[in-house]
Design a binder for this molecule. Structure first.
Ligand code: BV8
Ligand code: ZN
Length: 267
């Protein structure tokens, strides 16, 4: 593993980027940090200070207090709606288009539940942990449409916005009329969507370059995916201002952020 400060890249790394025809970008919460979306490592703020994300993102929390968990996800969805894709999202979108136009491909596999990759111009192969904008019944699993709305005071993510969302319980299921809508999110202790995970594993087993961006590499089974690329002989670039359990295994660790490093990498 070779460490480089942002902006000075190993010529071998630049060769790998220039010659790669099948790239997989595996992203985590750090990808959206510069868009203003808090990462899981960030301490919860405001009224959420008393909760840990990992405690709320569980079926137990849902069964214990549907309104609280529903409100947290509505609050997060509204916050994401008020954020914009950053230069890192747009660079991945550009790289994907460039490769597609030259007969290659770049596949995005994300742990993130926001829609900033799509809004930044990239198609996503797998949302491993679901989406803030998908919903299903917690009884009959019927998928359902729901609009998280916007903060009345226009300040998505504010405590006022949170108080508002706490006042709106999860809607009843129009199909079975027994269940309530839950977020289409993979909670801790829940299985990942099999097809999404299989697509991700296949992509990493076949790629000729993997770029792991903004993930602490703690949550399984997603954290095992970069090793699949190494196992297939592909070089792996890690972009993260901090070291992770994967750093020592990465071919290159770029000590930088998504929005600064990705545009430099593909320029
Ligand atoms: C399951 C949706 C079993 C929720 C999420 C071994 C194998 C299998 C499971 C386990 C296992 N060991 C333990 C488990 C259980 C658990 C787990 O992994 N726990 C951890 C805590 C040890 N795994 C599960 O429960 C999974 N389910 O395995 O089920 C099963 C099997 C059969 C049958 C039934 C059940 C489900 C895991 C999915 C949970 N859901 N998300 C929601 O969003 O509300 S996970 C959630 O946390 C995120 O999606 C993400 O994946 C993870 C947070 O990690 P990161 O994305 O990395 O974000 P983080 O904040 O941690 O780090 C940010 C990084 O960015 C940092 O490194 C930082 O330095 C960097 N950064 C910051 N700024 C920037 C930046 N980088 C670049 N640029 C910047 N500007
Ligand atoms: Zn139902």
């Amino acid at each position: 593993m070779t460490q480089f400060d942002t902006g000075t890249f190993d010529p071998d790394l630049l060769d790998a980027v220039a010659s790669a025809q099948h790239v997989v970008a595996l992203t985590g919460a750090g990808m959206s940090a510069e868009s203003g979306v808090p990462t899981f490592r960030d301490a919860q703020t405001g009224l959420w200070e008393q909760y840990s994300a990992e405690d709320l993102a569980t079926e137990d929390a849902w069964l214990a207090d549907r309104n609280l968990v529903w409100s947290w996800y509505q609050w997060r969805a509204r916050l994401v709606r008020a954020c914009e894709p950053n230069a890192g999202h747009r660079a991945l979108g550009e790289w994907q288009t460039r490769l597609r136009d030259s007969g290659g491909r770049l596949e995005v596999v994300t742990q993130n539940v926001d829609d900033l990759h799509e809004r930044g111009g990239a198609e996503v192969l797998s949302h491993l942990h679901g989406s803030l904008f998908e919903f299903r019944c917690d009884e009959c699993s019927e998928p359902a449409e729901h609009d998280p709305g916007v903060a009345a005071d226009g300040r998505a993510g504010s405590d006022e916005d949170l108080t508002e969302t706490l006042a709106s319980p999860p809607p009843a299921c129009a199909s079975c009329r027994i269940g309530r809508l839950r977020p289409g999110i993979v909670w801790f202790g829940e299985m990942l969507p099999v097809d999404a995970f299989d697509r991700a594993q296949d992509a990493l087993a076949e790629c000729d370059l993997a770029v792991v961006i903004g993930t602490s590499g703690i949550v399984q089974p997603a954290a095992a995916l970069p090793y699949v690329a190494l196992g297939n002989g592909a070089p792996v670039i890690e972009i993260n201002p901090a070291e992770t359990p994967f750093t020592d295994h990465a071919t290159w660790h770029l000590d930088g952020t998504a929005a600064t490093t990705l545009p430099q990498l593909i320029s």
